[in-house]
Design a protein around this ligand. Structure first.
Ligand code: SF4
Ligand code: SF4
Length: 186
């Protein structure tokens, strides 16, 4: 009798579960809809990087590898001094060690690192999980644009100065145009 009751209860649970809507997404046929700021992969904007090593020093997993050399830039004015600048030779991130903590992105003083929500970069060989600077650069194309400012909030001084130059006729891509600008000559 107890056996029959237990069986009936078990079958009832099975039936209830069968009728419930499945929470499992059939990836890759169904791509998950992730928030735009998801931590998928780190993208490198190479032009912004000064090889200051801050990200590599702060990374708790020690999975950022940077090599650079110095180049001399000749003075542009007579009697001026030559300048030297760091040029990146290597910028690798080993995603088999990375714990997606975001510390490297937060400490970078020059906005050279950004999160992209892309996550489909699984590899059969662990060695291929180290992305070199060319691959990290390519991820930049998948970084979502910054969210629009809230209505009434103050524009950042960098954007304001860029806009002023753009409006004064200095050629360049210019900041994103607002509805107010639309229709005005560039
Ligand atoms: S997210 Fe964290 S662990 Fe990954 S590279 Fe950046 S600092 Fe290192
Ligand atoms: S902290 Fe930023 S600028 Fe400095 S090495 Fe890292 S990515 Fe480059």
């Amino acid at each position: 009798m107890t056996f029959g009751k237990g069986l009936a209860q078990g079958l009832a649970v099975t039936l209830r579960t069968m009728l419930r809507r499945s929470a499992t997404a059939h990836y890759p046929d169904n791509e998950p809809s992730l928030p735009p700021r998801s931590r998928g992969v780190i993208a490198l904007q190479e032009e912004n990087c000064t090889s200051c090593m801050l990200c590599a020093r702060e990374c708790p997993s020690w999975c950022i590898y940077i090599d650079s050399h110095k180049e001399t830039i000749p003075a542009t004015t007579e009697g001026g001094r030559d300048r030297s600048q760091n040029v990146l030779d290597r910028f690798d991130i080993d995603y088999s060690l990375c714990m997606y903590c975001s510390i490297c992105i937060e400490v970078c003083p020059f906005d050279a690192l950004h999160w992209s929500p892309e996550f489909a970069y699984a590899e059969g060989d662990i060695v291929d999980l180290t992305h070199d600077m060319n691959r990290l650069r390519e991820w930049m194309w998948t970084v979502p644009p910054p969210t629009a400012l809230e209505a009434g909030s103050e524009e950042s001084k960098e954007l304001a100065s860029f806009r002023e130059k753009h409006e004064a006729g200095v050629r360049g891509p210019g900041p994103e145009r607002t509805e107010k600008d639309a229709g005005e000559p560039a």
